[in-house]
Ligand binder design. Structure first.
Ligand code: SAH
Length: 280
C-alpha cells in the first residue's frame, strides 16, 4: 500500500533513536493501522520495549525481533504500587545505554501516567521524546461511528476517568458543574462504576433518557458497542461485556445510526435521516 518513493524518503527523515534515550510512545487503541509513523519508527529501532497490558500483540510484532520485551502489566483499576518501579526501570535501562521504547495504549499523556514516568526521567536527567497516539476516547469512538463533537450537538467535550488511584470514583469531580456544562462526557476506566456515575449525573440534573454508549475493545476485531441510556445502564459485566471500554454520554451517540461506518463493513445498514433525529 505505502510503496511509494516519497513515503520512503519521508520515512528516512524520521529521527534516529539514540542509545540512552527513552521514547514514550502511544500505540493507539488497538488497530495497528492507527499507529503513527513516529511510533513505527520507534518500534523498529528500540532495543528494549516496555509495554502495557492494553498494547496489542500485533503491534509488538512490528518491533525488531532481537528487541527485549518487558511487560509492565497494569490493568483494571487496581492501585498500581508498581508505577514507581516502572519509572525507575526506564531510568535504569536508559542509563545502561539502551534505546528504550515505553509503549502505552492510546496516547501516553491521556490517563496513562505518561507524565509521571516522564517526570521521573527528568528528575534523573534522562533524555526523552513523547510520541502521541490516538486516544481510545476519540479514535475508539470514531470506530463506533460516534464523533466526540458535532456542530449541532456540542461545542465542548469532557474526558473523565471513572476511578482515581484508589480505584473508586474520584471525589474531586464536581458532578453538578459537569452535568451543567458538559454536553458530551467521555469516560475512561469507568466500566465498573458506570451505573454509579450515571446516577450521579442524573442526580445532578441530566435526563434519564440521555443516550449513552459503551465501546468495548474499540478498533480491534472483537469490538462491541452497546447503546443504552443513563436511566437504564445496568451492570455491564452482567451483560457479558468485558473491559477495556470507553463510555460516552450525550447526543452524539445518536449519530451512530448514520455514521457506523465500521459496522457497515459488516453489513449494518446506515440510516440517512439521523441528522434530523439528533436535532429533534
Ligand atoms: N492512554 C490511553 C488510556 C489509558 S487508561 C488512551 O489514550 O486511550 C485505560 C482505559 O482506556 C481503559 O480502561 C478504557 O477505558 C480505555 N481504553 C483503552 N483502549 C481501549 C479500547 N481499545 N477500547 C475501549 N477502551 C479502551
Amino acid at each position: 500500500m505505502m510503496h511509494n518513493k516519497k513515503v520512503e524518503i519521508f520515512i528516512d527523515t524520521l529521527p534516529e533513536f539514540e542509545p540512552g534515550w527513552v521514547w514514550l510512545v502511544g500505540a493507539g487503541p488497538g488497530d495497528p493501522g492507527l499507529l503513527t509513523l513516529h511510533s513505527v519508527n520507534a518500534l523498529c529501532q528500540a532495543d528494549v520495549i516496555v509495554y502495557d497490558a492494553l498494547v496489542d500483540h500485533s503491534i509488538l510484532s512490528i518491533a525488531d525481533p532481537h528487541a527485549e520485551f518487558h511487560y509492565a502489566g497494569k490493568r483494571g483499576g487496581k492501585p498500581s504500587l508498581k508505577q514507581q518501579d516502572i519509572s525507575l526501570k526506564l531510568v535504569q535501562l536508559a542509563k545502561d545505554g539502551r534505546r528504550v521504547c515505553r509503549l502505552k495504549g492510546g496516547d501516553p499523556f491521556v490517563f496513562g501516567r505518561g507524565a509521571e514516568e516522564a517526570l521521573t526521567l527528568v528528575e534523573n536527567s534522562i533524555s526523552f521524546r513523547v510520541i502521541p497516539g490516538i486516544s481510545a476516547g476519540i479514535g475508539g469512538l470514531a470506530y463506533a461511528g460516534i464523533p466526540v463533537t458535532h456542530r449541532d450537538t456540542n461545542h465542548s467535550v469532557t474526558f473523565l476517568t471513572g476511578h482515581d488511584a484508589g480505584g473508586v470514583v474520584p471525589d474531586t469531580i464536581d458532578w453538578q458543574g459537569l452535568a451543567r456544562s458538559s454536553p458530551v462526557i467521555v469516560m475512561y476506566m469507568a466500566m465498573k462504576h458506570a451505573e454509579l456515575i450515571a446516577r450521579k449525573l442524573m442526580d445532578a440534573g441530566r435526563a434519564a433518557d440521555e443516550p449513552m454508549a459503551f465501546v468495548c475493545h474499540a478498533t480491534t476485531p472483537t469490538m462491541t458497542v452497546h447503546e443504552t441510556t443513563l436511566g437504564t445502564v445496568g451492570n455491564l459485566s452482567d451483560l457479558g461485556f468485558t473491559p477495556p471500554a470507553i463510555i460516552v454520554i450525550g447526543e452524539v451517540v445518536k449519530l451512530r445510526v448514520a455514521l457506523d461506518w465500521f459496522g457497515s463493513l459488516h453489513s449494518h445498514k446506515l440510516l440517512k435521516n439521523s441528522y434530523s433525529q439528533v436535532r429533534a
